[in-house]
Design a protein around this ligand. Structure first.
Ligand code: AMP
Length: 119
């Protein structure tokens, strides 16, 4: 199952309530909060509460967790008015992709035209 919490991890600290965030959703497995540096009119992050470094560290036992993350993404995107217009879900993984926080997080971006391919 891996570590529950990694010391020095900013998203573990947010999950523990030690660092404030603009929380949108939480349950025993998953947390969602607004990105502190939004790249779109709507930009929030969905993370597992437990420390998982990236998608490379998921295993089959995490299937329910990953499903719950996707359910939360859909629910919040709809609640925040993105369902009709559409939105993007991004999981940067590793240095080349620009992952800066080593705790798995799903970016949800919407509220403007989103170019493709991404930079
Ligand atoms: P990435 O570059 O894919 O690892 O994304 C990390 C994201 O976390 C960036 O979009 C940051 O703006 C965001 N971020 C970093 N610290 C915080 C924080 N304390 N609260 C909310 N979002 C944060």
């Amino acid at each position: 199952m891996g570590v529950l919490r990694l010391s020095g991890c900013i998203f573990c600290a947010i999950a523990a309530g030690e660092i404030k965030s603009q929380l949108l959703y939480e349950d025993d497995q998953v947390l969602a909060f607004r990105d502190i540096n939004p790249a779109a009119p709507v930009h929030f992050l969905v993370i597992p509460r437990r420390h998982i470094a990236s998608v490379l560290d998921l295993d089959p036992g995490d299937a329910d967790l990953v499903a719950q993350i996707h359910v939360v993404i859909g629910k919040l995107a709809a609640d925040l008015g993105l369902a009709d217009m559409g939105f993007r879900v991004v999981v940067n993984t590793g240095e080349v992709a620009g992952q800066t926080v080593g705790h798995l997080h799903y970016h949800v971006l919407g509220g403007r035209e989103l170019g493709w391919p991404p930079g």
